[in-house]
Design a protein around this ligand. Structure first.
Ligand code: PMP
Length: 291
């Protein structure tokens, strides 16, 4: 029963789930998306993802032919149809098929795609041993050019940064904004722990307002740790006691080196470890199972 993709209201087999080459999502990256996880039969924080999806749509003036409640039902229906209790959901809304040319005015109907599938995760050891990262030449998009708060189909900015990281032999990049402050990873937010305070760049530094980021700040506060959203330089990362990345796909990933500098004692830190445990517990138990 797995391998069914929701395409504008129909559940179609994976092999037949195709979009038009005239779709402006394909031609121009004109669209938005969300990545959501299913843990233990529960769709984790679906509403939060849908709120962000509809905000992205509003910001780029993309009409979605489904209300948020209808979209929620469609996601649940697709998860059930695929019968996967642990999965990754990719929800994509593109501007839809239209004429050649940037103007979306002839794109009559936006295209809604919901994929539910397995995700190939990072190897287990990266969570216990941590990863090293580098800052890369490609800067994060300017907030007044294409605001990173919009989860758009334009990921070329991040893809270039990821290529630069891979070429340098590391798994992830830290991206700076145009002022040289650290903004985020290519698909995750960033945190440091320094002298007992958990710090992460504020939203206006040019970041996606990650759902995992928000949750991790809540978990930290609940356990009595002070949390600050403050501009951070590369130096702040070099002298951090701990560092980690957060994201729906990556979850919480410890970082043990930045630009050749060892972070802390070169091992994932205790606060990072506690937050990883708290996050795992929450994702597997929060909310009602849908299957
Ligand atoms: N930043 C970027 C650029 C991302 O693509 C993602 C993953 N969607 C994140 C941060 C983390 O966001 P979330 O915790 O909502 O998955």
């Amino acid at each position: 029963m797995s391998g069914l993709v929701f395409m504008n209201g129909n559940l179609v087999p994976k092999a037949e789930a195709t979009v038009s080459v005239y779709d402006h999502g394909f031609l121009y990256g004109d669209g938005i998306f969300e990545g959501i996880r299913v843990y233990n039969g529960r769709i984790f924080r679906l509403r939060d993802h849908l709120y962000r999806l509809y905000e992205s749509a509003h910001s780029i003036m993309l009409t979605i032919d489904y209300t948020l409640d209808e979209m929620e039902k469609a996601v649940i229906e697709t998860v059930k149809a695929n019968g996967l209790r642990d999965a990754y959901i990719r929800l994509v809304i593109s501007r839809g098929p239209g004429d050649l040319g940037l103007n979306p005015k002839n794109c009559e109907k936006s295209q809604v795609v919901i994929i539910v599938d397995h995700i190939s995760l990072y190897p287990a050891e990266v969570y216990t041993e941590g990863i090293t990262v580098i800052t890369v030449p490609t800067r994060r998009n300017l907030t007044d050019a294409l605001d990173p708060k919009i989860k758009s189909l334009n990921y070329l900015n991040n893809i270039l940064a990821r290529i630069e990281a891979e070429r340098a032999g590391v798994m992830e990049a830290l991206m700076l904004n145009n002022q040289g402050y650290v903004s985020e990873g290519t698909a995750d937010n960033v945190f440091i722990m320094r002298r007992g305070v958990l710090k992460t760049p504020p939203a206006h530094m040019g970041i996606l307002e990650g759902i995992t980021r928000e949750l991790v700040m809540d978990l930290a506060r609940e356990s009595g740790i002070a949390v600050k959203e403050v501009p951070l330089t590369r130096h702040d990362f070099y002298v951090a006691d701990e560092c980690f990345l957060t994201g729906t796909a990556a979850e919480l990933m410890p970082v043990i080196g930045v630009d050749g500098r060892q972070v802390g004692n070169g091992k994932p830190g205790p606060v990072t470890g506690n937050l990883i445990d708290a996050y795992r517990e929450l994702t597997r138990t929060e909310g009602e199972p849908v299957l």
